[in-house]
Design a protein around this ligand. Structure first.
Ligand code: SF4
Length: 261
């Protein structure tokens, strides 16, 4: 089946008419079957509140993103959230959650984790990617937290990102979840979704973060993390996003989307 898509983008802030035409291969030679399916979608100016509310309703039945889920399960310290985020790097949520819980069942404070032997820690987190590298990062963070900050990491972006192996994504996510500090964390899902919306036009998550901080009101920053990570994982997927059932289709410019479900 072939899918045709015609879009008129007169101005970014004006409604956009999208017409999708699905043409079965079997009828290409039969002109009478040419317009078997025609779908017309009006596009509206981007409305952040409506978009986030619709996504919140849709995602209510899906699992929470790993760090939000771990917070709900009682892992509420900045240290635990930061360590969980290190484990989550390039690792599926389905793996991150049990691995983090296994580690925290043995040690969940800087002093107890700092006492673990590197090889032991590596074995505990071996199901996550780059386990050897992550075990060194986690041990270093634990030792610095214990020695420099007396067991309590500071809720400060600059000091957290000064820790080796801690990038803006993990620092902002941990700060946003634990401290309620306004912080946007841009992972691959957030980066992809907001570019497809046409809200930003960026190549790297770091650029996306800078632009989102200028566009999104601070009181919605944590919602960007909480909602768009699972939304990007389950609906606006990397390959073949589910545009046909997407709750925000009318507000999305579908930038770069050539095929979808
Ligand atoms: S309409 Fe498609 S591209 Fe846009 S947010 Fe929804 S799933 Fe993603």
């Amino acid at each position: 089946m072939l899918t045709g898509s015609f879009r008129l983008f007169p101005k970014h802030d004006l409604p956009v008419l999208v017409i999708n035409i699905v043409i079965p291969r079997s009828v290409i030679s039969n002109i009478s079957g040419l317009f078997q399916v025609i779908r017309i979608v009006m596009k509206y100016p981007f409305d952040l509140a409506t978009v986030l509310n619709r996504i919140a309703q849709t995602m209510a039945v899906y699992p929470r993103a790993a760090m939000f889920e771990l917070y709900e399960r009682g892992y509420t310290s900045l240290f635990e959230q930061l360590i969980a985020c290190i484990i989550s790097i390039r690792t599926l949520d389905e793996t991150t959650i049990p691995v983090a819980e296994q580690l925290f069942s043995l040690a969940r404070t800087p002093d107890t984790i700092a006492k673990l032997a590197p090889a032991h820690l590596e074995r505990i987190i071996s199901r996550s990617t780059f386990a050897e590298q992550k075990s060194h990062t986690i041990l270093t963070i634990a030792r610095i937290a214990e020695e420099r900050y007396h067991g309590k990491l500071p809720d400060d972006f600059a000091q957290l990102t000064a820790l080796r192996g801690v990038g803006p994504k993990c620092a902002n996510l941990a700060l946003g979840i634990v401290s309620g500090k306004a912080a946007i964390s841009v992972d691959v899902h957030v980066h992809r979704v907001v570019n497809r919306w046409g809200l930003v036009h960026t190549r790297q998550p770091e650029q996306t973060l800078i632009q989102l901080e200028q566009i999104i009101p601070e009181n919605r920053w944590i919602d960007i993390n909480r909602l768009l990570m699972p939304f990007g994982k389950h609906i606006c997927t990397g390959r073949l996003p589910q545009c046909s059932v997407c709750p925000v289709l009318e507000y999305c410019r579908q930038v770069g989307v050539t095929e979808h479900r």
